[in-house]
Design a protein around this ligand. Structure first.
Ligand code: PHE
Length: 338
């Protein structure tokens, strides 16, 4: 005949197996293992037993308690898992998810990244300068006469302290040469500001990529080669490129560059994209004066410089009809480039 503790253990197992949820299981635990539970009651009873009987009952009691505890834990886990399975089965995976908004790079940034990558391959490093400048960096050092119309308040934004918003990125030519001797091979992308009437092709703030290459024998052929390579990499190998004579105070000779390509929406039209030329000796001389040395000796060194209209390039490349779109933050526009 089996011991009553063994019967108790067997009935606990049956009750555990029958418990349908967590509350029912907890009730079973209290009934057998709780402070007044029937298995626990045997601990008290042991104190009244004889020396011979005590170890036998003690062993049975331990076994019963361990077996019931393990069965309770196992059953609790089974109930938890089946509850979770029910919850998961109620999830409709075909429902649309919470939308995640993705940003994209601004078309001007994309344009800039492409331009930098091309110039990098030609060995140009990145240079920069401030948007707020002195008249000296913007005009004097660039051989621009005191009465040149560009200095006019009609064209240039002046600050109350006499400084100005740079009207071109050519200021960075001067800053670069001031801080390092030749050879120099840099590009300097950045904003420029003019008091233009704002329309589809003019904005008070626009963007340029300045370029400067100074070494011991830089020629117009180098200038042409570098810019033709850049423009064909950007717009395609069948792009036609035209250098038109022009005037800038800080270069001599000076040119404007036009491009034309059947691959572009503009088709047969010549489009102006840059100003450029050979660095004027007067610029080297003014840089030397500011440096206090003869590092840029115009007899020894020559160089070319260019200023590419970045907004213009991006408008051509992405077929954008109005420069104002760049700054309006209209998502319908921006998403087309994301
Ligand atoms: N700074 C000139 C402009 O803004 C462009 C230019 C740069 C011309 C360098 C010659 C050399 O129009």
């Amino acid at each position: 005949m089996s011991h009553p503790l063994e019967e108790l253990r067997a009935s606990a197992m049956t009750d555990i197996a029958a418990a349908a949820d967590e509350q029912a299981l907890e009730a079973v635990r209290v009934r057998y293992l709780g402070r007044n539970g029937s298995i626990s009651a045997w601990s008290d009873e042991m104190r009244t037993m004889s020396k011979e009987e005590r170890p036998i009952v003690g062993k049975l009691l331990n076994e019963a308690r361990n077996a019931v505890t393990a069965a309770l834990a196992e059953s609790a886990e089974r109930l938890r898992a089946s509850k979770e399975a029910v919850a998961l089965s109620n999830i409709d995976v075909s429902l649309p998810a919470t939308p995640v908004e993705f940003g994209g790079l601004h078309p001007l940034t994309q344009m800039l990244d492409r331009a930098i990558a091309i110039f990098r391959r030609m060995g140009f490093a990145l240079a920069e300068g401030p948007d707020v400048e002195t008249e000296w960096y913007c005009f004097d050092a660039l051989n621009t006469a005191p009465d040149h119309p560009a200095r006019n308040e009609q064209d240039t934004f002046y600050l109350p302290d006499g400084r100005l918003l740079r009207t071109h990125t050519s200021t960075v030519q001067i800053r670069t040469m001031q801080s390092a001797p030749p050879p120099i091979r840099v590009i300097a992308p950045g904003s420029a500001y003019r008091r233009d009437e704002v329309d589809a092709t003019h904005s008070a703030q626009f963007h340029q990529i300045e370029g400067l290459y100074v070494d011991d024998d830089v020629s117009v052929a180098d200038l042409k080669g570098a810019l033709e390579f850049f423009l064909r990499e950007l717009f395609g190998s069948d792009t036609e490129i035209r250098f038109r004579p022009h005037y800038f105070p800080f270069t001599e000779p000076s040119f404007e560059i036009d491009v034309k390509s059947k691959a572009l929406k503009s088709g047969e039209k010549w489009l102006e994209v840059a100003g450029c030329g050979m660095v004027h000796p007067a610029v080297f001389e003014e840089v030397n004066r500011a440096r206090g040395d003869d590092a840029y000796d115009p007899e020894k060194y020559s160089g070319f410089a260019f200023g590419l209209g970045m907004d213009r390039l991006a408008m051509i490349l992405f077929d954008i009809p109005d420069i104002r779109l760049f700054a309006q933050n209209d998502l319908r526009f921006l998403r087309q480039f994301a």
